[in-house]
Design a protein around this ligand. Sequence first.
Ligand SMILES: [Zn+2]
Length: 214
Amino acid sequence: MTETQLREQICLLAKSMFDRGLTGGSTGNISARTEDGGLLVSPTGTSFGRLDPARLSRFDADGALIDGDAPTKEMPLHSAFYDTRSSAGAVVHLHACHSVAWSMMPDADEDNFLPPLTPYAIMKLGKVKLLPFFLPGDPAMGEAVRGLAGKRSAVMLANHGPVVAGKDVEAACNAIEELEDTARLAMLMRGYDARALSPEQVQNLVAKFDVEWD
Ligand SMILES: [Zn+2]
């Protein structure tokens, strides 16, 4: 994929998520690795509905901003994933309503945020770590991701939103949509004693699809 195509893909998928209400206003940010080892990042204060391919923040392989507008203030979250997961080709963060709602439940599971409701959430996300609440811009947010030492591709920031790394933009976006959909299902089924996947079914999925499940 050329850099021009990558720029267009970032903006197209961001707009698709915005149009479906997965993140509103000027929330959400997205980044992707370029072929030369640099990064393209959504600029600060921009809306996912109106990203301009020509104005994305462009970093070189040494992490210096070389072109475009100033990057998102949540850049430390993105850097933490790239620095700890060599497989990360893209990172996306949303302020997605249902996953935020699920993060505020008193019995939220910190080590395994999503209940095992559907196979693709497990296959695309592995175990999702629930991190505590941080003030916006607090560098501790990035440090918390680094503290996971690359073991998780997806985290949920309590009272804030999910952050997911994937091998490319499409994989990261598909995975974060699974996260939000599963949180929505969990909210819908809460109180109904729903039949989730059994521990054996989860283990079969993990084994068959080589899911990161530590
Ligand atoms: Zn945020």
